[in-house]
Design a protein around this ligand. Structure first.
Ligand SMILES: [Zn+2]
Length: 271
C-alpha cells in the first residue's frame, strides 16, 4: 500500500509575511506522506487514499505543467520566481531534532543539500536561477520551517503563494518538514529519507504540482520517490512554467492585480 499526498487550499501563508500585502492568494499546499510501514518500524501509510486534484500525467513538451495558484477571483493561474528575484533568499530554520543516526548539524546540512540539488538542476535550463540560504530573515521569499510533527502523519508540506508589491508580482514559497513524522517510537526519518521529502516539498515551493505517472521528484508516491530525485520531466516542467509571463491565468490573461488601472483607482502597496 502506498501512502499518498493530499493537496488542499492553504490560507495561512499570510502569517509568514505579515499584513499589508497588496494581494495574497491562496496557494496549494501539498503534504508528503510519512514513509510507509516497513521493516524498521517507520510511520504507517497515510489513511487518505484520494488522488490530488493537481495530479497530471506528463507530456513531452510541458512536462506536468498545471496552474499552481489562484487569482483574486479564484481563477487558476501560474506564478513563479523571476530573474529580478535572484538570488532567491531561502530562510532555513535549524532542526530541533536530528534525523535518525544523525546530528542536528548533519540534518541541517542534508536539508540544504536537497534544496541546493534543485538549484544545480535548474541552472542547466535556467542559468540565472540562484539561491541564497539565509537564517532568520523574515523577508526571505522562501521559508523552510522545522516542525516536530506535521498534521495527519505527513512528513512535509509545501506550497507557493504570491503578492503584488510596487506593481510587481512576487512569488512566495514555503514548506515545513518533520524528522519524526508520526507518534510511534522509532518513527524517525533518516537523512536520505529526509532529503527525498525536502526535494519534493521544495518542488512545491518552486511552483510544481504532482505528477501521477512520472519519474519525478513530484510523484506523490513515497515508494516511487525512494527511487527518484529531480529528473528531466521536472526540469521540462520548470522550464515551461518559468517561460510563462509571471501571473498568467489559465485563461491566458494576466492576473487582475497586474492589469492596467482604469483610472481613479488607488494602487495599494505593501508595507
Ligand atoms: Zn506533494
Amino acid at each position: 500500500m502506498l501512502a499518498r499526498d493530499v493537496c488542499y487550499p492553504m490560507g495561512a501563508m499570510a502569517r509568514h509575511w505579515g499584513r499589508g500585502l497588496a494581494a495574497a492568494a491562496l496557494a496549494l499546499a501539498c503534504a508528503s506522506p510519512a514513509p510507509p510501514a516497513g521493516t524498521r518500524g517507520d510511520a504507517p501509510p497515510s489513511a487518505s487514499p484520494q488522488i490530488p486534484v493537481d495530479a497530471k500525467v506528463a507530456d513531452d513538451v510541458n512536462g506536468f505543467l498545471a496552474p499552481n495558484t489562484q487569482d483574486l477571483d479564484g481563477a487558476p493561474a501560474y506564478v513563479h520566481y523571476t530573474p529580478e528575484d535572484m538570488p532567491l533568499h531561502v530562510d532555513v530554520q535549524l532542526p530541533k531534532l536530528a534525523a535518525r543516526y544523525s546530528s542536528r548539524e548533519a540534518t541541517d546540512a542534508a536539508v540544504i543539500e536537497a534544496i541546493r540539488g534543485w538549484e544545480a538542476a535548474i541552472q542547466t535550463v535556467l542559468p540565472w536561477f540562484k539561491l541564497e540560504i539565509v537564517r532568520g530573515e523574515r523577508d526571505a521569499q522562501i521559508h523552510v520551517e522545522w516542525k516536530t510533527r506535521i498534521t495527519g502523519d505527513a512528513s512535509g508540506r509545501g506550497g507557493i503563494s504570491w503578492q503584488v508589491a510596487g506593481g510587481r508580482l512576487r512569488a512566495r514559497g514555503w514548506f515545513e518538514y518533520a524528522t519524526s513524522p508520526c507518534q510511534e517510537i522509532y518513527c524517525q526519518l533518516d537523512v536520505d529519507e529526509l532529503k527525498l521529502v525536502v526535494t519534493h516539498e521544495f518542488g512545491h515551493t518552486l511552483g510544481l504540482g504532482h505528477c501521477l505517472d512520472c519519474n519525478s521528484a513530484m510523484n506523490y508516491s513515497w515508494e516511487t520517490r525512494k527511487r527518484t530525485l529531480i529528473t528531466d520531466v521536472d526540469l521540462r516542467t520548470i522550464r515551461a512554467l518559468y517561460a510563462l509571463p509571471n501571473g498568467t491565468r489559465a485563461d491566458g490573461n494576466l492576473m487582475l492585480a497586474l492589469r492596467p488601472k482604469t483610472g481613479g483607482e488607488e494602487e495599494k502597496t505593501a508595507q
